[in-house]
Design a protein around this ligand. Structure first.
Ligand SMILES: Cc1cc2nc3c(=O)[nH]c(=O)nc-3n(C[C@H](O)[C@H](O)[C@H](O)COP(=O)(O)OP(=O)(O)OC[C@H]3O[C@@H](n4cnc5c(N)ncnc54)[C@H](O)[C@@H]3O)c2cc1C
Length: 491
């Protein structure tokens, strides 16, 4: 093992949380090194797959305009109300069903705006989230206030801008360099980090390590162990490099696992989606128009209420349920009444089409008589009315063991269409516990001296579902805190 390098702070990963940590440590005058397992072309972990949206406390549109370099007239038709501390907290509590770590939540909310200001000072440029303004730009309109801004040119732009800032600050990033071990001295303080690159194994002396190396979504064994059977088959929507290395090493050192290890963010996704994220392709693969039809497994059985709510509220559950079906696949079934209402992303795959249900089942290689029974029972208890996909129409099936609570409309008008889907995992929720100083805590809630964590690796923040723009925001908040405290400790 070679042992030539010495740094005050070593940051593991080169995504959003890591780059914020590096810049904050540098602000404190530390000598900082970033090690990144991926090649430079794949830097940024899951960040480049995002729209770059940040959820933070702000005072409305005029306030946001102060953070952007745009002509104020450009958005003169738009209104956006302030996003308050309380709104942010309530949304966190609502989506996590009250399970989020309250201390961490308070810190995220309180530090969200100062962190956005700080990122701006580091060269991050912002724009209004395009998905929110595209339909309203020409007409007077009030746009949602929760995700105030997106990084300019979304997730890839965010990584580009933060990396530029890191380079301008003369912080070294070693690519294709993987953390493989953490070393403590006799006092149980972090003393060195071990990493592997194409030249072999290296030990880098350091007093402080910031783990910002993402979740375990790209590790099939960890998925099966923690999320359950079927999850080993999931498509990965983001980076193939987020394999839970930080989780394993931190826990080996005695870190306390916390949060929802058995939960993750997931979505129904086309069966032909790439096995791991491929920018430009993967984002076209989610299949979320299932409320307009029914979904059956390979035994021709329905297994979930497809109309429980809008897809936005149910797709995480749907993705998980598909993975727990035999072979982890399912078929979304539509008829000609709903076909034209499917989201445009469906155009990226070829449906199986038939004029009759028997032939459709044969083409799908699922039991035909069972399929016809499922469809007949469904249609018997469904309504003759039309689809109103933009509202919860309350049209529920009658007397079905598994109801369809909204959009319970007959699927009876040929041709019939089927899309084969599986579950795609976005990110995991469980991880090591940290305190509000981003210090990794042991089983007694004592800090492991010199070990910090930030971003998706941290457990206890998100549960059950996603909160748009909160993942990047908490990564930046705790990245900044971790980098600052790691640098102070190392002096
Ligand atoms: C499709 C998709 C859409 C999303 N949409 C949103 C959204 O709209 N808003 C939002 O807030 N969040 C979103 N997220 C979640 C968001 O991507 C994450 O919250 C965020 O990227 C996590 O940042 P991070 O810095 O913690 O980790 P990452 O950005 O994933 O970075 C981790 C880095 O660590 C590196 N690494 C891993 N192991 C090692 C090792 N052993 N040694 C060295 N380096 C290592 C990886 O290569 C990677 O570069 C989305 C995720 C996906 C996949």
């Amino acid at each position: 093992m070679q042992n030539t390098l010495k740094y005050d702070v070593v940051i593991v990963g080169a995504g959003n949380a890591a780059l914020c940590a590096a810049l904050a440590a540098k602000d404190q005058g530390a000598k900082v090194l970033i090690i990144e397992k991926a090649p430079q072309s794949h830097q940024g972990g899951n960040c480049p797959y995002t729209g770059g949206g940040f959820r933070f406390v702000h005072d409305g549109l005029n306030d946001l305009l102060t953070l952007m370099t745009v002509n104020n007239n450009k958005y003169s038709n738009l209104n956006m109300s302030p996003y308050t501390n309380n709104e942010f907290k309530n949304h966190m509590l609502e989506v996590t069903k009250g399970n989020t770590d309250k201390n961490l939540m308070e810190t995220i909310v309180a530090e969200s705006r100062p962190t956005i200001n700080w990122m701006t000072s580091k060269g991050v440029k912002w724009e209004l989230p395009s998905s929110r303004i595209s339909s309203s730009i020409n007409a007077p309109s009030t746009i949602p206030n929760s995700v105030g801004l997106s990084a300019y040119e979304s997730g890839p732009g965010l990584i580009k801008m933060l990396t530029k800032s890191v380079n301008q600050n003369a912080i070294t990033i070693l690519y294709e360099t993987e953390m493989t071990d953490l070393v403590q001295n006799k006092q149980k303080e972090i003393h060195a980090i071990v990493c592997k690159d194409s030249n072999g194994i290296h030990k880098i002396n350091t007093k402080a390590v910031v783990l910002a190396c993402g979740g375990f979504e790209a590790n099939p064994e960890m998925r099966e162990k923690h999320l359950g059977k079927g999850w080993e088959n999931a498509k990965v929507r983001g980076s193939k490099f987020n394999t839970g290395d930080g989780h394993k090493l931190a826990i080996q050192l005695g870190a306390q696992p916390t949060g929802q290890w058995s939960g993750c963010h997931a979505t129904p996704i086309d069966i032909n989606a790439p096995a791991t994220g491929d920018q430009g392709i993967t984002e076209r693969m989610p299949r979320r128009s299932y409320p307009l039809g029914i979904t059956v497994n390979i035994h021709s059985e329905r297994f979930i209420d497809e109309g429980e709510g809008f897809a936005e509220q149910t797709f995480v559950k749907m993705g998980s349920q598909i993975l727990s079906q035999d072979k982890s696949i399912a078929f979304q079934i539509f008829d000609s009444k709903s076909f034209n209402l499917l989201e445009p992303r469906y155009n990226n795959s070829k449906p199986t089409i038939s004029q009759n249900l028997n032939e459709l089942a044969i083409k799908l290689k699922i039991p035909a008589s069972k399929f016809i029974k499922t469809m007949t029972e469904f249609n018997k208890s469904a309504s003759n009315r039309n689809y109103s996909p933009k509202k919860l129409d309350g049209i529920s099936t009658n007397d079905l063991k598994i109801p369809k609570s909204n959009w319970g409309i007959k699927i009876d008008t040929p041709p019939f269409y089927a899309y084969c889907v599986t579950g795609g995992i976005t990110y995991t929720y469980g991880g090591p516990k940290i305190d509000t100083k981003a210090r990794v805590l042991d089983q007694n809630n004592e800090p492991i001296i010199g070990l910090y964590a930030a971003g998706e690796i941290v457990g206890g923040i998100l549960f059950h579902n996603s909160l748009r723009g909160a993942g990047l925001m908490h990564g930046s908040v705790f990245g900044k805190i971790a980098g600052t405290n790691a640098a102070i400790l190392s002096k």
